[in-house]
Design a protein around this ligand. Structure first.
Ligand SMILES: [Zn+2]
Length: 204
C-alpha cells in the first residue's frame, strides 16, 4: 500500500496524493521550504519546519552563503526512499540540488539521527554548488562538518588518513563501509580546516 503524502506550500495550500511528483512540480518562492510528509507524520510538520529553518539559518551564516529555497520529501517507507533516490537502505537522507529526501521522522528519531541528518542534507543544498568540481569527499565531509561535531572529527587525524574515493562514498559495500568512508571524509575536511584552509578552497 502506498501512503499518502501531503505538501503544504507556504501557509495556504495543501495537496495530498502520490505526492513526490507534486513536490517536484511545485514552484518555490525565493527562500521557501516545501515540505511533503507522509499523512501519518503530518503532526511533525511544525517541528520539522522549525528544525529545517534553524539549520538553514545557522549553516548559511557559518558558511557565508545566502539561504536557499528547498523541497523536502519525507518518505513513509525505506522502499519509497530507495525508489526516489536510488540510495541503499542504510542511507538516511539524500540531496540533489535543492531537493532533500529523508527517511521517516520516526526512523530517524529512533536512531537518534534526526538533527544531524537534517543539518547534513540542508548543508548540501547550501554549499554543494560551490564545490561542484571537487571530489565527493569534499562535499560529504563539508556537509558532515556543518552538521556538527561527530566522532570522526573528535578523534584527531591519524597520519595514515586516506580520503575516500568517489566510489567508496557512492557505492559502499556495506553499512560499515559506508560509515567508515563518511567518517574519513569528515576527518579529511576537518584536517584541512584545522590547517587554515577555507572551506571553499578544500580539494582544489
Ligand atoms: Zn551527504
Amino acid at each position: 500500500m502506498r501512503s499518502r503524502l501531503c505538501l503544504a506550500a507556504g501557509a495556504a495550500a495543501v495537496w495530498c496524493g502520490a505526492a513526490i511528483s507534486a513536490v517536484a512540480a511545485a514552484a518555490l518562492a525565493r527562500d521557501e521550504i516545501g515540505l511533503a510528509l507522509p499523512a501519518e507524520e503530518s503532526s511533525e510538520r511544525p517541528a520539522l519546519l522549525d528544525l529545517l529553518r534553524r539549520s538553514r539559518e545557522e549553516i548559511a551564516r557559518a558558511a557565508g552563503v545566502p539561504p536557499r529555497a528547498m523541497r523536502v520529501t519525507v518518505h513513509p517507507t525505506v522502499e519509497s526512499f530507495g525508489q526516489a533516490t536510488g540510495q541503499s537502505w542504510y542511507s538516511a537522507g539524500a540531496t540533489r540540488r535543492s531537493d532533500i529526501h529523508l527517511l521517516s521522522i520516526a526512523v530517524l528519531r529512533r536512531n537518534g539521527q534526526l538533527e544531524r541528518v537534517v543539518r547534513h542534507e540542508v548543508a548540501h543544498v547550501l554549499i554543494d554548488r560551490s564545490l561542484d568540481d571537487r571530489p565527493l569527499w569534499v562535499r560529504e565531509g563539508m556537509a558532515g562538518y556543518f552538521a556538527g561535531p561527530s566522532e570522526a572529527t573528535n578523534q584527531g587525524f591519524p597520519v595514515s588518513l586516506r580520503c575516500p574515493s568517489n566510489d567508496e562514498l557512492r557505492r559502499p559495500s556495506s553499512r560499515e563501509a559506508q560509515r567508515d568512508a563518511y567518517a574519513r571524509a569528515e576527518a579529511c575536511v576537518a584536517r584541512e580546516i584545522a590547517s587554515g584552509v577555507l572551506w571553499r578552497d578544500i580539494g582544489r
